[in-house]
Design a protein around this ligand. Structure first.
Ligand code: XMP
Length: 312
């Protein structure tokens, strides 16, 4: 698609105005570039008739709720934060299969939104689905958490709202152009993609609060150390396998973290970044120190395909 950004924005604002009419809508904001651009676009169309909700599912990066609320408040958009952490941890309890995790996450996600929609006058949920999400779900690559109609779920019957997806024809780099043009701060429109089901896609095996805390800390370390390289995506993954190490003079059968850092344009294909040795070494040192149960850190170099970017 040849994206003429300004025309695209005007067209989508008009479409949202026409669809919602004199009613109201809710935007599902995660703080990623897709849902952020979508929220600002819908706010342009609906103003105060747009209610913006950020669900704190306990699977986000460190201090994410505060970061997102402040960034949007500076743009004049109020964000309501719903604490649903324990709901999500209960929904994910005991699940180890990757697609079952995504489905459990999706069901809980829309259930929580459904409750908010029911409590309000809104009939529409605005969400930042993009082209790659739909293509990969339809192609059977994964059950992207935010895809409903395309896999035969009627959101109105199932959850009580209709879905508007203004960005669904765009790929990530085009979304970034739209976000920039909408006046989002650089930190937001250049942000690395972060999957909807959050850190649960970076944990092999069961998702528990303790395991999320470890992978969150490691993610923060990777992001801090790798920031200067501006990769498409970089993060840590906690495996369920173990490996022996030596800590405080004793052998310890500890945990293994994988570091993934990739270059990509549209997330459909990806290549591992040639991260300088010094940075990898520093990441390994910090993770084994700051997440004491980890004894091994490995860098992963498989491109997509045959691998995917995330680990589940
Ligand atoms: P994969 O791992 O399939 O990921 O190569 C491609 C891009 O999609 C993101 N991703 C997701 N995003 N819900 C999301 O919102 C999901 O279920 C999901 N799974 C993967 C991933 O971070 C990458 O940018």
């Amino acid at each position: 698609m040849d994206l003429k950004t300004k025309e695209f924005i005007e067209k989508k604002v008009k479409e949202i105005e026409d669809t919602v009419g004199s009613g109201s809508a809710i935007s599902a904001l995660s703080g990623g570039v897709d849902s952020s651009a979508c929220t600002v676009l819908a706010h342009k169309a609906l103003g105060d008739r747009l209610k913006v909700i950020y669900i704190d599912d306990g699977l986000m990066r460190e201090n994410e709720d505060r970061y997102v609320s402040e960034a949007f408040s500076e743009m004049g958009i109020k964000v309501e934060v719903i604490n649903a952490r324990s709901d999500f941890f209960s929904a994910l309890k005991g699940i180890t299969d990757p697609e079952d995790k995504r489905k459990a996450f999706r069901n809980k996600f829309y259930e929580v939104f459904g409750e908010s929609v029911l409590k309000s006058e809104a009939k529409y949920l605005i969400q930042g689905t993009i082209a790659a999400d739909i293509i990969e779900t339809k192609g059977g690559v994964k059950t992207q958490h935010n895809i409903l109609e395309q896999i035969g779920i009627n959101p109105e019957k199932g959850y009580g709202f209709r879905v508007i997806e203004p960005l669904k024809e765009l790929f990530k780099h085009q979304v970034r152009e739209v976000a920039k043009s909408l006046g989002l701060p650089k930190e937001l429109y250049k942000r690395m993609p972060f999957p909807g089901p959050g850190l649960s896609t970076r944990i092999i095996g069961e998702v528990t609060e303790e395991r999320v805390r470890k992978v969150r800390k490691a993610t923060q370390i990777v992001e801090e150390e790798i920031a200067g390289l501006e990769p498409f995506q970089a993060f840590a993954v906690l495996l369920s396998d173990k490996g022996t190490g030596v800590k405080e003079g004793k052998r310890k059968f500890g945990e293994i973290m994988i570091i993934r850092c990739v270059e990509s344009r549209d997330a459909m294909t990806a290549e591992a970044t040639k991260v300088p040795w010094k940075i990898l070494r520093r990441i390994s040192e910090r993770i084994t120190e700051e997440v004491p149960t980890v004894t091994r850190v490995a860098y992963e170099i498989t491109p997509k395909p045959p691998a995917t970017i995330e680990y589940i």
